[in-house]
Design a protein around this ligand. Structure first.
Ligand SMILES: O=C(O)C[C@@H](Cc1ccccc1)[C@H](O)SCc1ccccc1
Ligand SMILES: [Zn+2]
Length: 154
């Protein structure tokens, strides 16, 4: 896998709605997912979205791990969500200072739903519907914003 350049705020691709993936089994899609993972890990991220590596596609990676800001964040296997749809968000929200690989040296307090229900394709093409809460739910909402062309604003 390759570490890819990360688009920074001001790049038009970060403000565009990304496109649905038509064939998750396409080798180019599988390579992109591997490259997104390598790029996120190299940047010490807990998530990344395809537009951040200049691919206008609806693919996000979520990879929560304990960190100094969120010591009780769960440690999880990095998970690729293809064509994610947020089916439901809880009315209950929480506030957290979020960073963004595309907006360096910035922390923005963001209010996010505490729980959400997501439908997505795994990288193997399995259709899955799952409920998340806490830091993982937050990462998913942050990455989902990226494929909607929404960035945190300093
Ligand atoms: O730009 C991105 O999408 C990666 C974001 C993911 C993120 C989601 C929700 C809340 C905070 C960050 C980060 O830049 S990854 C860096 C990071 C790592 C641990 C905790 C906070 C930020
Ligand atoms: Zn971000």
């Amino acid at each position: 896998p390759h570490i890819l350049p990360i688009a920074k705020r001001g790049e038009p691709i970060l403000q565009q709605r990304a496109h649905t993936v038509s064939n998750v089994h396409d080798p180019a899609i599988q390579q992109l997912i591997d490259n997104m993972l390598a790029t996120m890990l190299a940047a010490n991220g807990v998530g990344i979205a395809a537009p951040q590596v200049f691919s206008p596609l609806r693919i996000i990676i979520v990879a929560s791990r304990p960190n100094q800001r969120y010591p009780d964040a769960p440690l999880m296997e990095p998970l690729a969500l293809v064509n994610p749809e947020i089916l439901w968000r809880s009315a209950e929200t929480s506030l957290y200072d979020e960073g963004c690989l595309s907006v360096p040296d910035t922390r923005v307090p963001m209010e996010r739903a505490e729980q959400l229900q997501v439908r997505y394709l795994t990288r193997d093409g399995q259709a899955v519907e799952t409920r998340y809460h806490g830091f993982i739910a937050r990462i998913i909402q942050h990455e989902y914003d990226h494929i909607e062309g929404i960035l945190i604003q300093p």
